[in-house]
Ligand binder design. Structure first.
Ligand code: NAD
Length: 486
């Protein structure tokens, strides 16, 4: 086992890199080895207050919202170029702190650069309307930045989530206090450095680190915040909505999921299995869009399930730094224990565990949080493993008789984030596409995310749409202006 160097991280407040006011720190770990890799400032209420104050000043008195959209765009483009130039460094840090494979981390870093590039261009396309009102004169709308934003992100895609949040807010002219998840603060802090280097004025982006219950809570309840955007669990989403209600703050929520993967009997089974394993096991299943409920037509269910179990057994769980590894580590021992609890629950509920669900035998992985991906057969929709978000490498196979039953089973959930429909029948694909209640669907694909297209959930999976031009709606207010004409 290698010994990691323990670094000391600093927050970004008002353009300065700082420790917490009271000197408090917490440790952050490498999930693949269990080792501490950095001591990170634990922001208290005074630090949050300083960060919000800096963002407020940069918004109210500062130049950022007054910069031309083109100038804001140029700074975002510079940030994107710096991210691309530091691809390997950022990917290695993401892998060390998040436990994900180096291949996935590279994809994430490139996705972050793509967000900054997209919103660099989008900044000059935030446009109002002219409206033919009945009164004489001219009526038009302006789209103005919403103000100071609190942005809170989870640990499962740390740097790309920071990019999804920061880039549209900055393009719109907002200023930000961002809080990364306490498990994975390091790449967001690096992104803060990159933004400063790209020419972002002091105070426009501030990054505070610490636990949700203290640092996060101080941030969402701060009276000078205009808008809260969070990606996280549905439980925390509810807390955020309550806090937003108190101050009538604008709020957008990207929350949990329990997404369906609906497979009809006219598909090429091997090909669908081959792609579908990644829809649920990528990032060790710690993905809000994971298709954790596989609904398979009863005619092909046995063959599909056997092929899925076999393909799952062949997935390579290993050292995330190894280019050959397909699945890395679970974020923490607590999360691993939580997943293992669900594996127990599933078996007690009567589902049949066909493969995986145990820790790998490879002794070089013993000190990290690793789990072999698991497939349950004989799952019913009323079982807890089919209803609750496990957020780990666990999938359940259920069967259906016909289209109508597939739709009703897929929709029988409190969530509505994503889903896949596999069929060669275009008419059927269109009928299901219209009736499955989720914000992000894919047909004959496991892909959920495109920076140019809207992303977000129905029902308890969230409110609002990130990415694409829709994200700009989250960060702008509409102002109507009527100009009288004599
Ligand atoms: P979490 O809800 O525990 O934490 C998310 C963030 O909220 C963290 O930064 C945390 O510190 C902060 N937080 C926690 N309590 C808070 C409070 N009281 N006040 C303010 N902030 C608080 O979620 P997690 O375990 O980090 O991430 C996993 C969850 O995120 C899953 O449910 C997953 O589905 C969801 N997720 C959703 C999306 C999406 O786009 N819909 C994407 C990724 C993850």
């Amino acid at each position: 086992m290698t010994t990691e160097t323990v670094a000391t991280a600093e927050m970004l407040i008002g353009g300065r890199r700082v420790a917490a006011n009271d000197g408090q720190t917490f440790d952050t770990y490498n999930p693949a080895t269990g080792e501490v890799i950095a001591r990170v400032p634990e922001a208290g209420p005074e630090d949050v207050d300083r960060a919000v104050g800096a963002a407020r000043q940069a918004f109210d008195g500062g130049k950022w919202p007054a910069f031309s959209a083109a100038k804001r765009g140029r700074i975002l483009l510079k940030a994107a170029a710096l991210i691309r130039a530091r691809l390997e460094e950022l990917a290695e840090l993401e892998t060390r702190n998040g436990g994900k494979t180096i291949t996935d981390s590279r994809g994430e870093v490139l996705g972050t650069a793509a967000s900054f590039e997209y919103y660099a261009g989008a900044a000059t396309r935030i446009m109002g309307e002219t409206i033919p009102v009945s009164a004489p004169g001219l009526d038009l709308t302006l789209r103005e930045p919403v103000g100071v934003c609190a942005q809170i992100i989870p640990w499962n895609f740390p740097i790309v989530m920071a990019g999804w949040k920061l880039a549209p807010a900055l393009a719109a002219g907002c200023t930000v206090v961002l809080k990364p998840a306490e498990q994975t603060p390091l790449t967001a802090l690096k992104l803060g450095e990159i933004l400063s280097e790209a020419g972002l004025p002091d105070g426009v982006v501030n990054i505070v680190t610490g636990p949700g219950e203290t640092t996060g809570s101080a941030l969402i309840n701060h009276p000078l915040i205009d808008k809260i955007a969070i990606t996280g669990s549905t439980e925390v989403g509810k807390i955020v909505m309550h806090a937003a209600a108190e101050g009538i703050k604008r709020v957008s929520l990207e929350l949990g999921g329990k997404s369906p993967n609906i497979v009809f009997d006219d598909v090429d089974i091997e090909s669908v299995v081959d792609q579908s394993v990644y829809s649920v096991f990528a990032n060790a299943g710690q993905d809000c869009c994971a298709r954790t409920r596989f609904f398979v037509h009863e005619r092909i269910a046995d063959e599909f399930t056997a092929a899925l179990a076999e393909r799952t057994r062949r997935l390579r769980v290993g050292d995330p730094r190894d280019e050959q590894s397909e699945i890395g580590a679970i974020i923490s021992p607590e999360q691993q224990a939580n997943i293992e609890r669900y594996l127990d629950i599933g078996q007690k509920e009567g589902a049949e565990l066909l493969v995986g669900g145990t820790r790998p035998g490879d002794t070089s992985l013993a000190s990290g949080n690793f789990l072999l991906p698991a497939v349950f057969a004989g799952v019913r929709n009323d079982m807890r493993i089919a209803r609750e978000e496990i957020f780990g490498p666990v999938v359940g196979v259920l069967t259906f008789r016909d289209e109508e039953e597939a739709i009703s089973l897929a929709n029988a959930t409190q969530y509505g984030l994503s889903g896949s429909i596999w069929t060669r029948d275009i008419g059927r694909a269109i009928r299901l596409m219209r009736r499955v209640r989720a914000g992000v669907l894919s047909v004959n694909s496991n892909s959920s995310v495109h920076v140019e297209a809207p992303f977000g959930g129905f029902k308890m999976s969230g409110i609002g749409r990130e990415l694409g031009t829709r994200a700009l709606d989250l960060y702008t207010e509409v102002k109507n202006v009527y100009i009288a004409v004599d």
